[in-house]
Design a protein around this ligand. Sequence first.
Ligand code: OAD
Ligand code: ZN
Length: 245
Amino acid sequence: SGVERLGDMIAAASIIVPFTGAGISTECGIPDFRSPGGLWTRNRPIPFDEFVSSPEARDEAWRRRFAMEPTFAAAKPGRGHRALASLYRAGKIPAIVTQNIDNLHQVSGFSADHVVELHGNTTYARCIGCGQAYDLAWVRKRFDESGAPDCTACDEPVKTATISFGQAMPDEAMRRATELAQHCDLFLAIGSSLVVWPAAGFPMLAKNCGAKLVIINNEPTEQDEFADLVIRHDIGETLGPFVGN
Ligand code: OAD
Ligand code: ZN
């Protein structure tokens, strides 16, 4: 079966790089983007230039974020996160590359230095001008008083520490993800539709650099034809057997 073959590939590999998308967190109650009921089926994304230029867009972005807060606050790592954390503790995974913004890989036991976040993190905020970090509680208080807040240091807008469409990718995360993809022997693409670039380029980069590529997703992806193994099945059920201690 797919899970047995995956087990053999994991046992044979010494450097495994997981690459995760929103599908690994759906069992934690966090909706993905493109499945039925996904975020982009309910809300149009707010592009970065609109956030920067429009106070109404900023208010809307923060209203949406606060509406999601109970969901993010209640979410705990799922079987997928826990299986990857077990392989990390076993020394098989040098670092994980993720498109997710929910912080659950860190909560599951990855050290923050070993989580390469391509699309940032929604559990805190940053000034888009000077980069100053802010707690969401601070943003919430200011928002309730007078709408989407600006930086106390430089007056530029404060935004969740995530990457929006049209916003520059984080250089350091891109550099580290490139290096990880180039130097692993097994690359696991888990729970991503693999349609958002440049993130979606990493599975092929790994494959072209000699890694075996496994895609675990309950729906077909555009890159299935390049994979050495496709497991079209639930992530929690697929990775559950790899949850160790
Ligand atoms: P998507 O919503 O595009 O894809 C998630 C995939 O996971 C879908 O193909 C689902 O079918 C699958 N899936 C969901 N739950 C699953 C489960 N329990 N078991 C197996 N498969 C499951 O999410 P991403 O590919 O992560 O970026 O989206 C990529 C980027 O698009 C996000 O990082 C975000 C978004 O716009 C930005 O906002 C910049
Ligand atoms: Zn600032």
